[in-house]
Design a protein around this ligand. Structure first.
Ligand code: MG
Length: 159
């Protein structure tokens, strides 16, 4: 068994779509970034890469590369899962927590978890998406950013 940890944060600004786990959440602001800034996919990608000791998404998909401008981070997550599998691991489970003051994410969490489950070809119940506010503290609490913590557990194939 190998565990991995991922964290990411992106600024919330007007004029961008809010995409979390490949799901577009209706809101007046969205996340700023070179890609679609899907902070949930980024944190999960780093948790998976970390568990396999394969570096981080910044190394594999540099934000200086025009190829990744406005790209779908869900696609990058698929590529990461492929790297992890090629390295000889199976994904056991993924757990996440999104920190956002607004919008309320309770009714979108299941679709995010289902979307990630589907694109990674995992069984139902292997991906968990939780959400919390930051009680008005710091950048996430003031609604200036959305942050995500993620952990992933891998198993060596055949074990
Ligand atoms: Mg990011």
């Amino acid at each position: 068994m190998r565990i991995g940890f991922g964290y990411d944060i992106h600024a919330l600004i007007p004029g961008r779509p809010l995409i979390l786990g490949g799901v577009t959440v209706p809101f007046e602001k969205g996340l700023l970034g070179h890609s679609d800034a899907d902070v949930l996919c980024h944190a999960v990608s780093d948790a998976l890469l970390g568990a396999a000791a394969l570096g981080d998404i910044g190394e594999h998909f540099p934000d200086t590369d025009p190829k990744y401008k406005d790209c779908l981070s869900l696609d990058l997550l698929c590529q990461v899962a492929e790297m992890v599998r090629k390295a000889g691991y199976i994904i056991v489970n993924i757990d996440t927590v999104i920190i956002a003051e607004a919008p309320k994410l309770s009714k979108h969490k299941k679709l995010m978890a289902d979307t990630i489950t589907q694109v990674l070809h995992l069984d139902q119940g292997k991906v968990s998406v939780k959400a919390t506010t930051h009680e008005k503290f710091d950048s996430t609490g003031r609604g200036e950013a959305v942050a995500v913590y993620a952990v992933a557990l891998l198993n060596e194939k055949g074990v």
